[in-house]
Design a protein around this ligand. Structure first.
Ligand code: ADP
Ligand code: MG
Length: 323
C-alpha cells in the first residue's frame, strides 16, 4: 500500500466517527456499528467507524464506515435481480436509507470452507447447526458445496447461537415454505458473490445474511458481503497455505480479532484500547478489500466526515435545516 494512503489514514486517526446525533432524522437506535434512525417505514442507517469484535465495540477504524457502506451498496446493486433488498438511497458514502422490514429472527450463515467457529465446533466433535460433516476434514478445507448454518439473532450483549433448520421450523421462527425460499435465495446470493470475488482474486469464504418481510415479501436487509459480515481470503495463495497447514491471508476482521486475542481479550471483560498500529493496519485492509471487490479506487473525501454527512442529508431533504 502506498505511502500516500498511509498518510491519509494517519491524518484520519483522530477524526473517525464514533457516533452521530441527528435528532430530526427519527428515533435513534444505536447498533454496534451503525446509528439507525427510525421514522415510519424508513430507517436512515449511518455507518460509523466503530469496529466490533467478539460482540463488543472495541474502537474505531479510519474510513471504515465509508468502506462498509460502499461495499454493501455495490453488492445490493449486483444482486437485486436475485432478491428484493431494503436499500432505497445512498445520500452520502456513509449513509444508507432503507425500508424498514419485519426482521426474521434468524441469521442466515453460508459457508464454503470449514473455518472459524464451524472449525472449532467440528474439532470439538459437535455438529454445525444440525449438519453432520464427514470425518477427517482439515481446517480451511473447502466443502463439496456451500452449507447453510443458521444462528439465532442474539439479544443485546448475548452471543448468536447456532440453530438447525429443523428447530427453526419446529419452533415456528420461520415457516417451512419461507425457510425453503430463504435457503434458495441465500445460496444464489452466495454463488453470485463467489463468482464475482473469484474474478477479483478473492475467495468469499463465508457470510451472513439477514432477511425480513415487507408486505409479505422476502427482502434482503442489513448489509451484504461486507468484510464485517463475511470472510475473504486471497485465492492465489489458498492452496499452498492450506497444504502447509498455515493461516490464510485474509481481508476481513480476523486480523483485529487476532490482535485482541494476543492482548488477552476474546470477549470477556473489557477490551484493550486499539493502538495506532492496529487501527492503521485495519484501515488499510478495509480500503484494500473495497478496491479489490469493486475494482474502483477508494476516494479519500477530505471534509470532516460529520459535516459532510450533515450537508448531504440536508441536500437530500432528510435532515431539517437547523441541525
Ligand atoms: N431493513 C431493516 N429493517 C429492520 N431492521 C434492520 C434492517 N436492516 C438492518 N436491520 C437491523 O438493524 C441493526 C443494524 O445495526 P448494527 O449496528 O449492524 O447492529 P447490531 O449491533 O445489532 O449488528 C441490526 O440489528 C439489523 O438486524
Ligand atoms: Mg450488524
Amino acid at each position: 500500500m502506498s505511502e500516500e494512503i498511509e498518510m491519509m489514514i494517519k491524518e484520519q486517526l483522530d477524526n473517525t466517527i464514533k457516533e452521530t446525533n441527528f435528532e430530526s432524522l427519527g428515533k435513534l437506535e444505536r447498533g454496534k456499528v451503525r446509528d439507525n434512525y427510525f421514522d415510519d417505514g424508513r430507517i436512515i442507517m449511518i455507518t460509523t467507524d466503530r469496529i466490533s469484535a467478539f460482540d463488543h465495540v472495541v474502537g474505531t477504524v479510519p474510513f471504515k464506515g465509508q468502506v462498509l457502506t460502499q461495499i454493501a451498496a455495490f453488492w445490493f446493486n449486483m444482486t437485486k435481480d436475485i432478491v428484493r433488498n431494503h436499500l432505497t438511497d445512498v445520500p452520502d458514502p456513509n449513509v444508507m436509507v432503507v425500508r424498514k422490514c419485519e426482521p426474521l429472527p434468524v441469521e442466515v450463515v453460508v459457508r464454503a470452507y470449514l473455518t472459524g467457529s464451524a472449525w472449532r465446533d467440528y474439532k470439538a466433535g459437535k455438529d454445525i447447526s444440525g449438519i453432520k460433516l464427514p470425518a477427517g476434514l482439515k481446517k480451511d478445507q473447502k466443502f463439496d458445496k456451500p452449507i447453510i448454518t443458521p444462528s439465532t439473532k442474539a439479544e443485546r450483549g448475548e452471543h448468536d447461537m447456532p440453530i438447525s433448520r429443523e428447530e427453526i421450523i419446529e419452533r415456528g421462527l420461520v415457516d417451512e415454505e419461507t425457510w425453503n425460499k430463504i435457503e434458495e435465495i441465500a445460496l444464489k446470493l452466495f454463488a453470485r458473490g463467489t463468482e464475482h470475488a473469484a474474478k477479483q482474486g478473492l475467495i468469499l469464504v463465508d457470510t451472513k445474511y439477514e432477511f425480513g418481510l415487507l408486505d409479505g415479501e422476502i427482502v434482503l436487509m442489513d448489509e451484504i458481503h461486507t468484510p464485517d459480515s463475511s470472510r475473504y481470503w486471497y485465492s492465489d495463495t489458498y492452496q499452498e497455505l492450506f497444504e502447509k497447514g498455515e493461516e490464510q491471508r485474509s481481508l476481513d476482521k480476523e486480523h483485529v480479532r487476532e490482535w485482541l486475542r494476543q492482548h488477552g481479550f476474546s470477549g470477556d471483560g473489557s477490551p484493550p484500547p486499539l493502538d495506532a498500529g492496529i487501527r492503521i493496519e485495519a484501515a488499510r485492509r478495509y480500503i484494500k478489500v473495497y478496491e479489490q471487490i469493486t475494482g474502483r479506487k477508494f476516494e479519500f473525501l477530505k471534509v470532516p466526515i460529520l459535516d459532510r454527512i450533515r450537508k448531504h442529508l440536508k441536500d437530500a431533504g432528510y435532515l431539517k435545516e437547523e441541525e
